[in-house]
Design a protein around this ligand. Structure first.
Ligand code: NAD
Length: 273
């Protein structure tokens, strides 16, 4: 079965479930992305930081799919903030991927202490006009970063990709994003496998004959999050994509909601430079 498609605020379609490739080494990246495409994934989330854009692009070129059939996201790193730097960084990612255009380019972190993300966003807005990137968005933006960005720019980010999992449900930010027609995307959607033995999740998974990872991915889908679990294991890749034939009840969604303590497992964006 294929992933559902989500319509972005710029009218483009994006598969709701995709593959994240953070910490996927270059030597396995081509094969892993090819395997994912064979399973049915049509979206890959990479970044300049991950040092595997070239391999992601190579896998897509080898796949035989038409370019429009696959959606690729990349991100510029924190040392490339600023108008001229950001433009160059986007061009470098486009070159490394070598698949024509990039579907979605993100500012990886706002880095508020640098105080340049508005300037960076203006570069993104201009690159959008060239067609080198088809959609633009942000990552790790708190509401107050978005408020500053929205007040000083013309293009509303298509997505805000943030740490989001049952322990950090980001309810308030998800609400703000929705009000501004920004899709919320969950990174570390499985909490980096930290909660896979949680008894409440295990009980739900057992009652449905599914794995805990599948239950968490389903929770994201039902909350309308975009979601990009990562695995280097082909069986788990298939497992994480096999989530379209069941539904969590409102009661089960409610049980998972009780796990939310709004606690991060990674850095708070305000502290990242
Ligand atoms: P994740 O929550 O996807 O967890 C990944 C880990 O979970 C894997 O290493 C694997 O050990 C385990 N796992 C995956 N599937 C499993 C399964 N079915 N059963 C058991 N264990 C399983 O964490 P992540 O990789 O940090 O996040 C996903 C993606 O989000 C990344 O690959 C990357 O693309 C993106 N990301 C973005 C940012 C950002 O700042 N924008 C930061 C981190 C990650």
């Amino acid at each position: 079965m294929a992933s559902p498609l989500v319509t972005l605020n710029d009218g483009r379609l994006m598969p709701q479930l995709g593959l994240g490739v953070y910490k996927v080494n270059q030597d396995i990246a081509v094969q892993l992305v090819q395997t994912a495409i064979e399973i049915g994934y049509r979206r890959v989330d990479t970044a300049a930081l991950y040092d595997n854009e070239a391999e992601v692009g190579a896998a897509i070129r080898k796949s035989g799919l038409d370019r429009e059939e696959i959606f690729v996201t990349s991100k510029i790193w924190n040392d490339r903030h600023g108008y001229r730097e950001a433009k160059e960084a986007i061009q470098e990612s486009v070159n490394r991927l070598n698949i024509g255009y990039v579907d979605m380019m993100l500012i990886h972190w706002p880095c508020p202490k640098q105080d340049k993300f508005v300037e960076t966003w203006h570069a993104f807005e201009e690159v959008l006009e060239t067609g080198l990137v088809k959609s633009i968005g942000v990552s790790n933006f708190h509401q107050h970063h978005l408020e500053k960005l929205l007040a000083a720019s013309n293009v509303v980010p298509a997505i805000n990709q943030v740490e989001l999992h049952p322990q950090l449900a980001q309810n308030s930010l998800r609400h703000f994003n929705k009000q501004h027609n920004i899709k919320t995307e969950a990174w570390a959607p499985l909490g980096r496998a930290k909660f896979l033995e949680n008894p409440l999740l295990v009980e739900i998974a057992q009652s449905l004959g599914k794995s805990v990872a599948q239950v968490i991915i389903r929770w994201h889908l039902q909350l309308q999050n975009l979601v990009i679990p990562k695995s280097s294991n082909p069986d788990r890749l298939a497992e994480n994509f096999d989530v379209f034939d069941f539904e969590l009840s409102q009661h089960q969604m409610g049980i998972i909601a009780t796990l939310n303590t709004e606690t991060r497992i990674a850095t708070n964006p305000d502290d990242m430079n």
